[in-house]
Design a protein around this ligand. Structure first.
Ligand SMILES: Nc1ncnc2c1ncn2[C@@H]1O[C@H](COP(=O)(O)OP(=O)(O)OP(=O)(O)O)[C@@H](O)[C@H]1O
Ligand SMILES: [Mg+2]
Length: 279
């Protein structure tokens, strides 16, 4: 299923003031394409994803799925949120089954699919636990299982791995690559990590820090599965990092002191590729 974002703008009203978050965004994601969206904190990535999901309304513009305009959530789009959005009063397995229940999938099939994806997320042992009994990473894995088992054409993921430890994160990055390879779902994946974007994406969109600037695009034509240690991956990461750094610096200069400098104030600067993670 293809996705088209046409001249989308978004403004919020807060305390009688208007805040412009997105201006005139155009983006086409082709059927089966894996697109990662990178950008400094606060530039509107989650807002854009929520608009695609149908949870937020555009101020101007359109979102089209296979050419048809959509304004509300639908079973064609599954979402993994930046912070898990599980029901605390339901057991893990019931949380995973919830979306399928809403979608009208029969009980026996629901259970079968839920167990399959819980196993994939290494959560079988916790299927009867309650949400408060899980760690943050486990909650996020339940959210991923819940989204995957809907088998939607489009998968929208908002920094799904950012709260996970690096081992789990690497496992899930491989898992997502495998799932995408086998199902050829259309994926829009938001991340702060350039490495993660290069590992996963066909195309990376770097959102600008300022509304007046244009977004940048990088096509990643490396063979899969990709490994962090590959020279080609490292090269792409450093190329994109240069651009990302410029955007992070723009945000930092507007939010911190005049004299703030990315290289000098090194708490936020990591010479590996995770620059900007703290922002
Ligand atoms: N419901 C809302 N009402 C008012 N302002 C909002 C609302 N949601 C988001 N914003 C504002 O919109 C801007 C973009 O927020 P958004 O969550 O889309 O950023 P982001 O790029 O996802 O950031 P991060 O990388 O930190 O997740 C922020 O300045 C935020 O304060
Ligand atoms: Mg966000």
């Amino acid at each position: 299923m293809s996705l088209r974002i046409e001249a989308v703008s978004k403004k919020y009203k807060r305390a009688n003031k208007e805040f412009e978050i997105l201006r005139n965004i155009d983006l086409t994601v082709n059927d089966g394409e894996f697109v990662c969206i990178l950008g400094p904190s606060g530039c509107g990535k989650s807002t854009l994803l929520n608009i695609i999901a149908g949870f937020e309304k555009v101020t101007e513009g359109k979102v089209l799925l296979d050419g048809k305009e959509v304004n509300s959530p639908g079973p064609d789009r599954a979402v993994v949120f930046q912070e898990h959005a599980l029901f605390p009063w339901l057991k893990v397995i019931d949380n995973v089954e919830f979306g399928m229940k809403v979608a009208g999938i029969p009980k026996s099939e629901r259970r079968e699919r839920a167990l399959k994806y819980l196993e994939m997320m290494h959560l079988t042992k916790f299927k009867d636990s309650f949400v408060h009994e899980l760690s943050g990473g486990m909650k996020q894995r339940v959210s991923i299982a819940r989204a995957l088992c809907l088998d939607s054409n489009i998968l929208l993921m908002d920094e799904p791995f950012s709260s996970l430890d690096s081992q789990t994160r690497e496992l899930l990055q491989l898992e997502v690559q495998r799932i995408w390879w086998n199902t050829k779902k259309t994926v829009v994946f938001i991340t702060h990590s350039i490495e993660e974007a290069v590992l996963l994406a066909d195309r990376i969109i770097l959102m600008p820090a300022s509304l007046d600037s244009e977004k940048k695009e990088f096509r990643i034509q490396l063979s899969r599965p990709r490994q962090i240690a590959n020279m080609d991956v490292t090269y792409m990461v450093s190329k994109i990092m240069k651009e990302f750094k410029k955007e992070v610096e723009k945000v930092a200069k507007s939010e911190y002191d005049e004299g703030w400098n990315l290289e000098k104030d090194s708490i936020l600067y990591d010479d590996s590729s995770s620059v900007g993670i703290g922002l």
